[in-house]
Design a protein. Structure first.
Length: 172
């Protein structure tokens, strides 16, 4: 099955893929985006991700406990050595919903989406999305280029980017 992205020309940049139009990103300064992102990273997983749970499933607290260790915030999820795929899927869905409904700036929500994908790739060896490697590389190139992200997030994104197969024409 073709993804919506497979029809896009190579010259399309990631911001265009996810509708991060110049006018939307220009309305937020780097300092504001950094502040919103850090606020989200310090937010409670239990509070923000609970709206993503299907009825009748275990709560976020139970999912966090099952991972072992301290796992209370989005930042904790980022540094956890083996986060639950269920939590990463919830993070991905949270990013999509908050991006669509405007709860978070599109750039921040899209970064959270990239972060969920990156954590699944490097910590679990899995992918929570159907995004192919070429588009994942574009996503990660975009995310790593952001000047307003913290060092821990940048490290996760860079590690995920390095884990991708080199593109044809890339130096070995």
């Amino acid at each position: 099955m073709k993804s919506a992205f497979s029809e896009l020309p190579d010259r399309t940049n990631f911001a265009e893929l996810f509708g991060l139009a110049e006018s939307e990103t220009a309305s937020w300064t780097d300092e504001e985006l950094a502040s919103v992102f850090q606020h989200q990273m310090n937010a409670s997983l239990a509070v923000d991700l609970c709206m993503m749970l299907p009825p009748g499933t275990a709560g976020i607290a139970e999912l966090c406990q099952a991972c072992g260790g301290r796992l209370l915030t989005f930042a904790d999820l980022t540094v956890h050595p083996r986060p639950s795929m269920v939590l990463l899927l919830l993070l991905k869905d949270f990013a999509k919903v908050t991006r669509a409904d405007g709860t978070l700036p599109k750039a921040v929500a899209t970064l959270l989406y990239c972060l969920a994908q990156s954590l699944a790739m490097i910590r679990l060896g899995q992918s929570p999305t159907r995004l192919d490697e070429r588009h994942m590389r574009k996503a990660l190139d975009w995310a790593v280029s952001l000047v307003w992200i913290d060092a821990a997030t940048r490290g996760v994104l860079e590690q995920a980017l390095q884990s991708l197969e080199p593109e044809a024409g890339d130096a070995p």
